[in-house]
Unconditional design. Structure first.
Length: 276
């Protein structure tokens, strides 16, 4: 039996099992402080002592090799938290770590919308904006890991929104179209969905030219807005002007379970982080 933790910026989910048809998922555990949140995690796994290995998909920025949350995270209580180490010590099982978005990509590759799609990308647009993906059967890594949500995109002159990203203000996707950004736009009387369509299409255009993906899975709460996926497809075609082949844009077939199921797949050894 494998274990999984989807460690998101607002909530954690834990699971045990072998796949989508054989899995038990915990109730949401609020991401507050390491002590409070991990107490709920350990209580769940305490009821499942037969876990052989655990996959961890963590919010970031995170050091993949050690599973440590870096000090650049906006979540102050978690800066420097040795998350994987604390889980290993408490549960006595090895832990494999990746980003929460990369494990969601892995879940869709194993059991969802991205089966046989390589290369492909996964973007989540919710409380934050994050991205990951898989190229040649390997999850994307480099000096750190992809930070696609912080891609800078051209600003419309008429857009006076200051942005909400603590690092880049209104210069990047997260600052312009994350859930909190759209909520603030709506408070200001703006058509938030229209802005999300416009800027997300710009981000996808740049990612298309950089990675040439066959498919992009678009998840997160923002993508549940009516008409947004159709609008992004249309705007992306307009921006591309026929220049390059465009990827298929789809929603995650695994829905909100993509992350925790992907962490389960990571634990099972479906694919391992690249050695670099």
């Amino acid at each position: 039996m494998w274990g999984a933790i989807e460690a998101g910026g607002t909530k954690f989910y834990c699971a045990v099992g072998t796949g989508p048809d054989d899995v038990e998922v915990s109730e949401a555990i609020a991401t507050t402080t390491p002590a409070e949140t991990l107490a709920g995690v350990f209580e769940f796994f305490g009821r499942h002592p037969k876990v052989k290995r655990l996959g961890l998909g963590a919010f970031g920025p995170v050091e993949i090799a050690t599973g440590t949350i870096l000090r650049t995270t906006p979540k102050k209580e978690w800066r420097g938290c040795r998350l994987a180490q604390r889980v290993e010590q408490a549960l006595g099982v090895p832990v494999l770590t990746d980003t929460d978005v990369n494990v969601a990509a892995l879940g869709e590759y194993q059991w969802g919308a991205a089966q046989a799609a390589d290369p492909f990308l996964y973007l989540t647009i919710g409380t934050g904006v994050g991205g990951g993906g898989l190229v040649n059967g390997r999850l994307l890594h480099g000096a750190l890991h992809p930070e696609m949500g912080h891609l800078h995109v051209p600003r419309e002159r008429r857009d006076r929104f200051p942005g909400v990203c603590p690092a880049h203000g209104g210069a990047c996707l997260e600052g312009l179209i994350s859930g909190p950004a759209l909520n603030e736009r709506e408070r200001r009387g703006e058509d938030a969905t229209a802005w999300a369509i416009h800027y997300l299409a710009w981000g996808l255009l740049n990612l298309t030219y950089a990675y040439s993906p066959r498919l992009v899975v678009l998840g997160g709460g923002v993508m549940k807005r009516p008409g947004i996926l159709r609008g992004v497809r249309t705007r992306l075609r307009e921006l591309n002007q026929g220049y390059a082949p465009l990827p298929q844009l789809v929603r995650p077939a695994l829905g909100d379970r993509a992350g925790v199921l992907g962490a389960l797949a990571l634990a099972a050894g479906a694919t391992l982080p690249s050695p670099d």
